[in-house]
Ligand binder design. Structure first.
Ligand code: HSE
Length: 415
């Protein structure tokens, strides 16, 4: 194999000094990449990277990298404020403790690079304000869809657009579970497998409950709506509530299940929604399998586009973490990560969704058909299910309740 010599620029500036919080799958992958490619990174940015300090919950856990060469801190906040740390990389997760450390770091004028979408989705506003006060960068590429450069794409590549729609598969664990289940594996076994591969959150309830995808959706919504997004207003449904047996029924009719996130501009505000949906097999998102994520967007000038790539995993997430670190090294970092520091985006509840729905029926659905015909622009009877289109979700729910409907229904996208 040919050896890569890389660019020949010799670093002339002082090293960028890094403090690393979290030495799990992602933290170790960050150290491994720096060890492996440090010279080429330095040549690319004109500045070498130097890891000066590390911290994690457990100092003595077995790891694939030797951490004895870095100064150890038991106290993460002390690391965050250390004199010889320019950038704090946080890949430890959690919200409350991480918030306190982020505050300490930004207040001390350190840059903050994080994979922690929960922290940013729930406390972003305070941290953004602090970053502006202290002229500090926040890097959060790793917080949204793993290795896919989606933050850069929305913030920089599509900067000239009004992006009115972002939709996709934003959680690798759920997509992996759905893919494995379609291949015959049980839910629990598929979740255990995703956990063993390092895809799931420390608390996998965040993945399967849809909250992790919602955190990412809220961050993307803030970028494309140019406003702050109140996370409590985001509509979130995970994959645990998918009705039994509906997957097999959908497959018979050429649909697959996907956990979708979306931010879409509607007449009265933004849809910021996460839910499991049926997608026709011919749709590009239906072919995104395993831990892969995909982000489909529409901009007024760029029109439609789609990115896809690994959504979770140590090396994939470390790739995104280091893209932010290298931006800072090269002087391309962005104050507060470009997250808006202004007015609040109006978020519309999912009850206002107008779209298509799959309604399972056991008896041909004669009485239901009559009721739904009054509220829907289109109704297809598939025998074991009704495909209802162009109906407002609140109206559908009212009609189903009025019929004392006890069967399964699910949203349909891409028809
Ligand atoms: N648990 C997350 C996922 C990791 O499965 O997508 C990346 O955010």
């Amino acid at each position: 194999m040919m050896t890569r010599t890389g660019p020949s620029m010799v670093p002339s500036k002082s090293p960028l000094r890094l403090g690393l919080l979290g030495l799990g799958t992602v933290g170790q992958a960050v150290l491994a990449l720096i060890e492996q490619h440090g010279a080429i990174y330095a040549a690319r940015t004109g500045r070498s990277l130097e890891v000066t300090a590390v911290s994690a919950r457990n100092r003595h856990r077995a790891r694939r990298v030797d951490i004895s060469v870095y100064r150890w801190y038991d106290d993460a906040s002390a690391l965050a404020m250390a004199e010889d740390v320019d950038v704090v990389i946080e890949v430890a997760g959690g919200v409350d403790a991480a918030y306190a450390v982020a505050e300490a770091a930004l207040s001390a004028g350190k840059h903050w690079v994080t994979a922690n979408k929960a922290l940013l989705a729930e406390h972003g506003q305070a941290l953004i304000a602090l970053a502006h006060e202290n002229h500090a960068m926040i890097g959060f590429e790793a917080a949204v869809c793993g290795a896919i450069p989606v933050v850069k794409t929305l913030r920089e590549g599509l900067a000239a657009n009004l992006v009115d729609d972002v939709q996709g598969i934003f959680n690798g664990t759920c997509n992996y579970i759905f893919t494995q289940m379609a291949n015959g594996m049980g839910f629990e076994a598929a979740l255990a497998d995703a956990t063993a591969k390092g895809y799931a959150e420390a608390d996998p309830a965040l993945d399967i409950g849809g909250v992790d995808a919602a955190h990412k959706t809220a961050l993307m919504a803030a970028l494309v709506s140019d406003g702050t997004v109140d996370f409590t207003a985001v509509s979130v449904e995970g994959i645990t509530g998918v009705p039994d047996g509906i997957s097999a029924q959908l497959a018979q009719h050429g649909y697959v299940l996907k956990l979708l996130g979306q931010c879409r501009l509607l007449a009265h505000g933004w849809a910021v929604w996460v839910y499991p949906a049926a997608v026709p097999q011919s749709h590009p998102l239906a072919r995104i399998d395993g831990v892969v994520n995909a982000v489909a967007y529409h901009g007024n000038a760029a029109d439609f586009g789609m990115l896809q790539g690994l959504g979770a995993g140590g090396a994939a997430t470390a790739s995104a973490v280091l893209s932010d670190v290298l931006d800072i090294a090269a002087g391309r970092g962005v104050i507060a990560g470009g997250l808006p520091n202004g007015s609040e985006t109006t978020v519309v509840p999912v009850s206002e969704r107008v779209g298509a729905y799959w309604v399972a029926v056991s008896d041909g659905g004669a009485s239901l058909t009559a009721v739904l015909q009054n509220i829907s622009a289109g109704l297809t009877n598939l025998g074991t299910a009704l495909l209802v289109s162009e109906v407002r979700e609140a109206d559908l729910r009212d009609a189903l309740n009025a019929q004392q409907y006890a069967g399964a229904w699910i949203r349909v996208e891409g028809v």
